[in-house]
Design a binder for this molecule. Structure first.
Ligand SMILES: Cc1cc2nc3c(=O)[nH]c(=O)nc-3n(C[C@H](O)[C@H](O)[C@H](O)COP(=O)(O)OP(=O)(O)OC[C@H]3O[C@@H](n4cnc5c(N)ncnc54)[C@H](O)[C@@H]3O)c2cc1C
Length: 650
């Protein structure tokens, strides 16, 4: 190991600690008695499974969750697969995908048919899909972070169906102001900042404040030309399209990126864009090089003040840049993000799996994963089960069934390795909801019409990483006066102190001397390529980058950005959970890549989500809208379609 690595703390075997952390909560007494890593096998042999939310290291789409599906994609799986073992299980409904859409589908089916037998299958070792919970335990106290879906928050108002479900689950979004300690960070004098790294900007410097501030511009390590043009961009009223109406200007802006607008229309120094490049990562999973200028205007990026543009959305505007007052007020964040929504659904579907009855107690309730798939339950959730084929068996009519073939990894080893024993099995169902990612469906369901498969394939996902870093103390943030750091040149491009939310018995750390969860995010994108190609390339990057590489970059970034406040990565980092989502957000149409989105042509998601016999199609992909309300709406729609079908009842 190099001395640099030692300095960063790479020597601490975090991977080993990861497993121990994951096991520790599950085996309490055993850990206290001094179990060593090698004993994991012994524990597994005793049937003691890891507790997924506490596993750290590379999570999200974890090792073991996607390999067989990639074999299926590559046409290799069925060539080598033997004959599936028929479990003999026959369900009223099988749901593929235990994300919020699949859980919603199970919920509404159960409501309509209280006696129904339902099986939910998911390839991950945890439920919730992107809505993923991360936990850390230190000195007897549990700290919670969100590993995916962050909040109940959507650019458009929630539908009646989605609002009703949120209310039915007991969530009152108006309570958010009570559970959020909105003034905490401000009271400590913390605010935004940007870390300029030497590889991108020529010098390592943390600059506190906002690029609009004079002091920020003066302190930033940028050339005089960039400083001058940054100021012009932020303050001058320029109009590079005089003589055109607002609508005509927007039509042009819809067809050029924000980078093109700033550099070729406003003719400002390209160096300015380095400061803005990652501004749109959180919404689009890509930088301003592929975000249409019309959307950049609507999102409030600078440079449009002199153009006289009206605020009404123009043709081809992305959902994310259309402002809605009503949607802005419908917001709630749980410490584990929307994993709490998933957990509330599971609590209803599988009684006893998550103790308690309120949204206060769900936050700290420990899920009993052993209860999710118990024999005899009306609703069973089977994890670590990758569905490989879904096909109708027998002629259409009351006796027709859908056969669902899946590969199940042996329980207990989930997430720990790729190679554990795997078994190919089948179950049968009267109806199936495919609540999984649309791009997977053509391989699962070869009998679908070619046009529908093509449309499903269009739903390329946006690759993202949400990393939680559990640290010993946040005094460095206090000393530096920062709550969040934008790091446009680093692998993770932002780091935030966690949301100061306290619910029920869960209390957010208030004292900088206490441990806290940091949230880091990365959009895996490749500036220079068209947006859809960026998503493809980003997915490959995420699947081929090791945890060690990511860990080193985290330690390096945090050490360099926060070292001035005394942050020491070797001393201060207690745990790292990298939630990588190579298949992240649902792809939302935009005016640079999707002509039909501007001209009003047919949307692939509408073709993709059509019911096929006894198979209905859900997931947020069904709306090409990367939000929980879409997942709910389309889980509900899929079930409504199945229930309306003649012969769906017993
Ligand atoms: C990092 C991140 C942050 C987000 N933040 C927000 C937010 O703040 N607010 C918001 O509203 N939305 C957010 N989203 C969008 C989020 O995806 C949706 O809100 C919603 O959770 C999607 O639910 P879903 O059930 O449609 O899909 P998913 O959550 O993706 O669930 C689908 C499940 O199907 C599984 N699956 C796929 N193929 C198979 C197979 N063959 N066999 C078995 N299982 C399979 C998948 O692995 C997955 O678990 C975020 C997404 C990401 C990635």
């Amino acid at each position: 190991m190099s001395s640099d690595d030692r300095h960063l703390g790479m020597g601490a075997s975090i991977t080993r600690r990861d497993f121990l952390n994951g096991m520790a909560i599950g085996v309490g007494g055993a850990m206290a008695a001094g179990w060593l890593p090698g004993d994991i096998d012994a524990l597994l042999a005793q049937g003691i499974a890891p507790y997924p939310p506490a596993l750290t290291g590379l999570r999200g789409s974890h090792v073991g969750s996607f390999e067989v599906l990639h074999q299926l994609r590559d046409g290799a799986f069925w060539k080598a697969a033997g004959t599936p073992e028929n479990t003999g299980e026959d369900y009223d409904l099988v749901v593929v995908g235990a994300g919020i859409s699949g859980l919603t589908a199970a919920h509404y089916f159960k409501k309509a048919r209280p006696d129904a037998r339902i099986l939910v299958l998911d390839n991950h070792d945890d439920f919730g899909g992107h809505a993923r919970r991360n936990e850390y335990t230190h000195n007897g106290r549990t700290y919670i972070g969100y590993g995916g879906t962050q909040s109940i928050d959507s650019p458009a108002p929630y539908s009646r169906v989605a609002k009703d479900l949120i209310t039915e689950l007991g969530i009152d979004v108006t309570r958010y102001q009570k559970v959020l300690d909105a003034g905490l960070y401000k009271s400590l004098g913390l605010g935004p900042s940007m870390f300029f790294d030497k590889e991108t900007f020529g010098a390592d410097r943390l600059v506190v404040g906002d690029p609009r501030d004079d002091a920020f511009q003066a302190a930033a390590p940028i050339s005089d030309a960039v400083r001058r043009d940054l100021k012009r961009l932020l303050t001058e009223r320029m109009d590079p399209m005089p003589g055109l109406s607002s609508a005509e200007k927007k039509a042009r802006l819809a067809r050029m990126s924000y980078t093109d607008f700033v550099t070729t229309q406003l003719k400002l120094d390209a160096g300015v864009m380095k400061i803005f490049q990652t501004r749109t990562h959180g919404l689009f999973g890509a930088g301003v090089d592929v975000v249409p200028a019309q959307d950049a205007f609507a999102l409030g990026l600078p440079g449009f003040a002199g153009m006289g543009l009206d605020a009404a959305p123009g043709p081809g505007q992305n959902f994310d840049s259309i402002h809605s007052e009503e949607a802005g007020h419908y917001y709630f964040h749980f410490p584990d993000g929307n994993a709490s929504v998933a957990r509330l659904l599971v609590r209803r579907l599988v009684p006893g799996a998550i103790p308690g009855s309120t949204i206060d107690d769900v936050v700290t309730a420990r899920a009993d994963y052993g209860k999710l798939d118990a024999a005899g339950l009306a609703v069973r959730i089977r994890l670590s089960s990758s569905v490989m084929r879904v096909r109708h068996i027998g002629p259409a009519g009351g006796d027709q069934r859908v056969e669902v073939a899946y590969v199940q990894r042996a329980s207990g080893r989930q997430g720990l390795e790729t190679s554990g024993p795997q078994v190919l099995k089948t179950v049968h169902a009267r109806s199936v909801v495919l609540a999984c990612w649309h791009s997977v469906i053509p391989a699962l369901c070869p009998e679908l019409p070619a046009a529908q498969k093509k449309a499903l394939d269009y739903a390329i996902k946006v690759p993202l990483v949400y990393t939680n870093v559990f640290i010993r103390q946040w005094t460095a943030f206090q000393k530096l006066g920062v709550q969040r750091v934008s790091m446009p040149g680093m692998w993770h491009t932002s780091v935030n102190l966690d949301f100061p939310v306290s619910i029920g018995n869960y209390t957010h750390p208030k004292d900088p001397n206490e441990p806290i969860v940091l949230h880091l995010s990365k959009s895996a994108c490749k500036p220079g390529l068209p947006i859809r190609d960026q998503h493809r390339a980003g997915r490959v990057e995420l699947l081929t980058t090791s945890f060690e590489t990511i860990e080193r970059s985290i330690r390096d970034s945090l050490g360099r950005a926060l070292g001035g406040g005394g942050f020491d990565p070797a001393r201060d980092i207690l745990g790292i959970t990298v939630n990588r989502w190579p298949h992240g957000y649902a792809y939302q149409y935009n005016s640079l890549a999707d002509d039909f989105w501007v001209t009003g042509g047919e949307q692939p998601c509408v073709v993709a989500r059509q019911k096929f016999g006894r198979i209905a199609i859900a997931n947020a992909d069904a709306a090409a809208y990367a939000y929980t309300d879409a997942a709910i709406d389309h889980g509900h729609r899929a079930v409504t379609e199945l229930l309306a079908q003649p012969g769906s009842e017993k």
